[in-house]
Design a binder for this molecule. Sequence first.
Ligand SMILES: [Zn+2]
Length: 220
Amino acid sequence: MVSKPLCPKCRKEIPLDDVNVAKDIALCRRCGESYPFSDLVDSAPVRSVDLANPPRGAWLVQNPPVGFEVGASTRSGVAFFLVPFMCVWSGFSLGGIYGTQIYKMEFNPMISLFGIPFLLGTAFFGSYALMTVCGKVVVRVAGDEAVVFVGVGPIGWRRCFNWRKVSSIKRTEKLNNGNTSQRLTIEGEKRIDFGTGLKAERLDFMLGALQQMRARRGVL
Ligand SMILES: [Zn+2]
């Protein structure tokens, strides 16, 4: 099955007449740019995972004929260290900086300014710590409507996309201070990157399940 590639710039379909598979070139006439064809479509075969046996911490719920939900928990053993550390670190820094001001009922602007990085740190690492306790990464599809959700309970980051217009689902790498981390990328009307920090077997399951559900769509 060869799906029509989408131009990464204007997101319009590139007609197969403008694709040279042998030379691995796809030309978007609208933008006047060419791209490696293999980057625009699924070149790798569909990953085979056992949909009935997800690894611990991952799930697939099918709601035929309209859709499904595939997801994985971001719960991790790091929480055992991170959560107590956060409580102590935030407790001391914020308690010392703002607690004493509240206790003395006097506002000190310099010390309050000094505390802002600690507030931001608490918000940033606190949300990360919360993700390691009860966060999840979910892709929900109902008909053409699909959404990626990353967060805790109902609170988090979400991106909607058109499931029918997905051109590829793959694993990509994110470079971060010299470290690479694995994530999932869905290409279609737009590009959505998500799933960094998921355990490898959960990420594999989500990738395989999404690819298989997408391949199956052509059959049903
Ligand atoms: Zn284009």
